[in-house]
Design a protein around this ligand. Structure first.
Ligand SMILES: NC(=O)c1ccc[n+]([C@@H]2O[C@H](COP(=O)([O-])OP(=O)(O)OC[C@H]3O[C@@H](n4cnc5c(N)ncnc54)[C@H](OP(=O)(O)O)[C@@H]3O)[C@@H](O)[C@H]2O)c1
Length: 286
């Protein structure tokens, strides 16, 4: 994609009333870009932006990401309002900490509805526009937990691994149309992510997993001292899109890089360990 340099770019960003999404919106407005910002509450978004931010190029949109029709209307409104669409950022998401067996059917569906179905709804609405104009950039905020998993994060990882898979496939599908895809994989960032109103917990727990309760308390205590700076995270995402042409995966944070490196090493060791046996299930070659 060639990022527009002769006019303001139009961005569609999900999950914008706090955290990384809010930082992105503030920085994009500051650049003079056009920003369609989706949120569950436009009042909360506008209050968070305050009066010091020039919102003349902001289109706040109350959207239920789980609802395909609501998302499609928002994407089309963005195109009609600003006269086009250049960049889509799938940012909305939330954490959930529980053992796999403690996670209810409802909790699984709620998470996947937001994190996977929501992303898919945005893509289905936006891709025909990007494809037709033969340019555009799709950014999906995954996590380093989209690459590696840890106890207690099973449901969150299920969602983030899913968006990694769909984004990797998508990148290859839309490259011929001039549309770029970037998967963003943050480590721990100092947003509201680990705060009470963001990090979800299971409705019921068992006594079998004291280490997960301990880990949950440790994470809640981490709130406010995470390594990653969300303002710099938003800047890095904007730089990546404006610059174009980088790798598929954009890790953010040295903690993310270390976790991902450990995963790659473990995967390499796993591949080496099974290499002598894998051909045993092949049909004989002619
Ligand atoms: N912070 C980290 O440590 C970290 C690490 C790795 C990945 N991430 C990912 O980064 C993205 C941004 O998170 P953040 O750190 O900025 O956290 P945050 O401060 O909690 O913000 C999350 C945003 O997602 C939206 N959201 C939350 N729950 C939602 C739901 N049930 N339905 C629809 N939207 C919902 C909210 O939008 P509205 O309230 O405006 O609707 C909110 O603005 C997420 O995808 C997250 O998984 C974060």
């Amino acid at each position: 994609m060639s990022f527009p340099t002769d006019r303001p770019a139009t961005w569609f960003v999900t999950g914008t009333s706090r955290g990384l999404g809010l930082e992105l919106v503030e920085k994009l407005l500051d650049r003079g870009d056009h920003v369609a910002a989706t949120t569950r509450s436009t009042d909360r978004l506008l209050a968070a932006l305050g009066t010091g931010v020039d919102t003349s190029t902001l289109l706040p949109l109350a959207v239920d990401l789980r609802d395909s029709e609501s998302v499609t209307q928002a994407v089309h409104r963005t195109r009609d309002h600003f006269g086009g669409l250049d960049v889509v950022v799938n940012n909305a998401g939330y954490g959930f900490l529980a053992a796999v067996e403690e996670t209810s059917d409802r909790e699984v569906r709620d998470m996947l509805d937001v994190q996977v179905v929501g992303v898919w709804n945005v893509l289905r609405a936006a891709l025909p526009i990007l494809r037709a104009q033969e340019s555009g950039h799709v950014v999906t905020v995954s996590s380093v937990l989209g690459l590696t998993a840890a106890p207690g994060w099973g449901l969150y990882c299920a969602g983030k691994f899913a968006v990694e898979g769909l984004s990797e496939a998508l990148a290859a599908e839309v490259a011929p149309f001039g549309v770029e895809v970037t998967i963003v994989e943050p480590g721990y960032f100092r947003t509201g992510f680990l705060a009470e109103d963001s990090l979800a917990l299971p409705a019921t727990t068992t006594e079998a997993y004291p280490s997960i309760r301990e880990m949950t308390a440790d994470h809640q205590a981490l709130q406010g001292s995470q390594l990653g700076d969300p303002a710099k995270g938003a800047e890095a995402i904007i730089d990546r899109v404006v610059g174009g042409g980088g790798p598929l995966r954009q890790l953010l944070g040295s903690d993310a890089h270390a976790y991902a490196t450990a995963k790659v090493d473990a995967l390499r060791a796993n591949l080496d360990a099974v290499a002598p046996t894998v051909a045993a299930t092949d049909f004989p070659t002619a």
